[in-house]
Design a binder for this molecule. Structure first.
Ligand code: ADP
Length: 326
């Protein structure tokens, strides 16, 4: 029966992982061992798969004896130790964050050779999936999300944390369609030679579209929190047009275009979509050289936010959540 359950669970949503780096499907119930603040331990009922990342798989999980639901992020223990530095950073930084637009970290434990992170559940997938499905958001919707993400960036930066991997695929949506920044795997590592290798490797297996050019400049030691503002500029452009501005078939070409700020706005003739001067100016301001980029407070006081309608949370939750996928 167990094998059967596992098979049907895999079939339910996730392609069976061919990748040996991913954890095997978890059992139907997962035991959190006793700890100082939870002496009896805890049991989670594992529900449907939510998604798969580089090394992790996430499942919907219900805490037995309560109605609380979480995202259970599962990583093979060997992977956690191979990726020790990345994983430790992720755990340490993420667990200290507390903000309405950052995925809340609840706990971490090990069970049957896997490490489990118990995270706030974001049941509406990632911003990337939503934006792709809707082929771009309206300017009022982009105002709403940009304010939320800027708030989270302001909070992280005030705590001395640089996220360094902000992208639409790392921003999740809760049941009310609020944006929540997740995945702190690359946050605030100092760029030593070793970190640089990790960064390049990670960049090679992920999308380079959101990486600020100064991160990749060889030999440059420090880089500051403004890399997150660059990424936000890419996110704002991508929320509006549904594509990142420097999209190209090769990574080198993306970097060249980013260095030269070689991007265009889709023409209204082709797309029937109109982008305001304010929106274009806001994006351009965030894609300047690091020392010229606006901080989060300056971003949200840009005319883009006062030049048109600013939705309230209930507008967003009813409009975006109920709109059927196209
Ligand atoms: P990795 O660190 O390996 O990149 P991610 O953090 O991106 O893993 O998680 C993998 C996938 O799991 C995500 O793409 C997303 O679909 C899903 N996921 C991650 N965190 C949550 C969450 N808090 N709520 C709902 N789904 C999540």
């Amino acid at each position: 029966p167990r094998a059967h359950e596992l098979k049907s669970k895999a079939a339910a949503g996730l392609k069976a992982s061919k990748d040996k780096d991913h954890p095997p499907p978890p059992p139907n119930h997962v035991n959190e061992p006793p700890s100082s603040d939870r002496k009896e331990g805890a049991i989670y009922q594992v529900g449907k798969p939510l998604g798969k990342g580089g090394f992790a798989i996430c499942y919907d999980g219900k805490l037995i004896g309560s109605s609380k639901r979480y995202a259970l992020k599962i990583v093979k223990a060997q992977m956690a130790s191979k990726m020790e530095q990345k994983f430790q950073t992720e755990l340490q930084i993420h667990s200290k964050m507390r903000h309405p637009n950052i995925v809340q970290f609840h706990r971490a434990f090990t069970f049957e050779n896997c490490t489990y992170l118990v995270l706030e559940l974001c049941s509406n997938g990632s911003l990337m999936d939503m934006v792709k499905r809707r082929k771009g958001l309206t300017e009022p919707e982009v105002r709403f999300y940009t304010v939320q993400i800027s708030g989270a960036i302001k909070y992280m930066h005030a705590k001395g944390i640089i996220h360094r991997d902000l992208k639409m695929g790392n921003i999740f949506l809760d049941k009310y369609m609020n944006a929540k920044i997740g995945d702190f795997g690359l946050a605030a590592l100092l760029l030593t030679g070793k970190d640089m290798q990790i960064m390049r490797r990670t960049t090679l297996c992920g999308t380079p579209n959101y990486i600020a050019p100064e991160i990749l400049e060889k030999g440059k030691k420090g880089h500051d929190h403004m890399v997150d503002i660059w990424s936000l500029g890419i996110i704002v452009y991508a929320m509006l047009t549904s594509k990142p501005p420097f999209q190209s078939s090769t990574t080198d070409e993306i970097y060249r275009r980013a260095r030269e700020r070689d991007y265009e706005w889709p023409s209204p003739d082709a797309t029937q979509k109109f982008y305001s001067l304010e929106a274009k100016d806001l994006v351009a301001s965030m894609l300047q050289d690091a020392d010229m980029r606006p901080d989060p407070d300056t971003i949200v006081s840009h005319p883009f936010f006062t030049s048109g309608y600013m939705p309230v949370p209930s507008d967003i939750s009813s409009r975006l959540r109920e709109s059927p996928p196209q």
